[in-house]
Design a protein around this ligand. Sequence first.
Ligand SMILES: Cc1cc2nc3c(=O)[nH]c(=O)nc-3n(C[C@H](O)[C@H](O)[C@H](O)COP(=O)(O)OP(=O)(O)OC[C@H]3O[C@@H](n4cnc5c(N)ncnc54)[C@H](O)[C@@H]3O)c2cc1C
Length: 539
Amino acid sequence: MDASADIVVAGAGHNSLIAACYLAKAGYRCLVLDARHIPGGGAATEDLLLPGIGIDTCSTGHTLIRSNPVLVRDELGLVADYGLRYIDPDPVAHVAFPDGEHFTMWLDPERTMAEIARFSVADAAAYRRLLDEYDQVKSIFTESQFTPIGFGPALDQRLAEHPGGRIWQRRRALSAWDIIRNEFTSRHVRAFMLWMAFQTNQAVDVPGSGLLAYSLIYGRQQRSWSILSGGSGRLTDALVGYLEQRGGTVLCGKPVTALLLDQDRCVGVRTADGEEYRAGTAVMSTIHIKHLRDMAPRDSWPAEFHYGVDTYDVGIPGFGSYLATTEPPAFATADGPVTAVSAGTVGWPEDVVKLGTDLRAGRFVTEVPWLLVATPTLVDPGRASGGQHTVKVLSQQVYELPAGMGDWDTVKEQHADRQLEYLRRFTPGFTEDKILARMVKSPADYEKLNPHMVHGAFHGGDRGLAFSGAARPVPGWASHRMPIKGLYQTGGSTHPGGSITGGPGRNAAIVLLHDLGHDPAEVMSAPAATLARPAAAAG
Ligand SMILES: Cc1cc2nc3c(=O)[nH]c(=O)nc-3n(C[C@H](O)[C@H](O)[C@H](O)COP(=O)(O)OP(=O)(O)OC[C@H]3O[C@@H](n4cnc5c(N)ncnc54)[C@H](O)[C@@H]3O)c2cc1C
């Protein structure tokens, strides 16, 4: 293996793979290194429990990336040439409330509104208004998401030029809870809207989370909780396929431990086995900034960068139970059993607000105020060869256990039992005998699985005002260029943030392509596999 390349990419999550693919499209030879035994980071499907049952280790829902030009315009041919196929499940979601009431959201907005009207006619009208109003500004938010910071007007400026912009400037600064309690009156509808707004593990009372009350529900109403036929890992397969066909290489089992510097320039990386990989042009990283900073001498970074990294909020950790089952969890409702790919339970609004407050204060959550229950096999049976189901039960939890509580390995099984017991209040047929195998992951397990998920927080970090837009990850370094020359950063800790959006990856590619003398729009829209490139080092 040649230990050099034009561009060395540290981490093979979907964002760095997307960045590498665009760079390969422009003719650069990319070498991607990942700590895990497989590429993809949070976009992976593995036989975690039983042979022949493909489980999404992390992400399942891909709604967010579907507004990315990488798919909208199929700029890498992932759909046309690599066979990506999305499924939009209907119902979109089903949720049970503490009093035994249920709510089902449908792809047909009229049907969703009819469901809301069961609780409040005024709230059904408010829901229509919410969708209509977001529709008018959606393109502004989408363009801002898929434009690197500094490469177009700032979001505030874009909003200021819109007739309703002042309202949106306020909404953006509010919390999701502020928005929801202002728009809706029914306790049930508010609780459902909060369940949706909490999907990216962002506390709903944090200023700056307001947009989530619009964007998540709007996206779901358009495309449901889109899932990839065959599993989340198919995205990774397609990206790796694209890259390898254009001279790129992906090497796994290669944790990067140090940046190689030549004076003030990053010229490659060193991996845990002592190997060095040299980059002739640039280094691109998805290593979490909390770790990246330690991979070069302290004085390589300016004081304000250290401050920005020290104060960067990694976000709320996640907790997950993975089940292989003979049946899906079916919710018992007055109209009969309901199953949904994206289902769950939610407490009352005050419980969901308190959940965020408790977690940010480091209080272990024993109750079950919020659960996401994902059963992709309902619409994608090919994931399990014998007609079984894969069920992933997700929630949020603290990273550090309170003193005296015991160790995570014991606590996590008890906590998963408690959650399943609660779920069974609404899905009585989903009994223990339906479970063929189970695995529980604590926040500590997620961190061990993927060092980019610091403290087991897997949506890239808090999305409040202090860590958004030009402040993400650190004010002054939001344009993917790091303080060390030749070093570029992508991944969920960069604009526009975590989840499967591909935004940080495509944006980082735009910046690097620009610095290398390309017209990024030309590269991205070009059908050609390889374009002529100027010979320059970046940064
Ligand atoms: C259980 C779970 C469920 C989720 N569900 C969803 C969902 O349904 N929808 C959604 O949109 N998002 C979901 N997410 C979040 C989503 O997976 C992440 O936000 C997303 O994967 C981030 O992508 P990324 O490219 O920024 O980085 P990652 O996917 O985190 O990839 C980073 C890569 O870098 C590698 N790496 C890190 N440090 C090093 C190092 N030092 N050396 C070498 N390699 C390194 C890691 O091994 C990893 O492969 C979920 C996550 C989890 C864990």
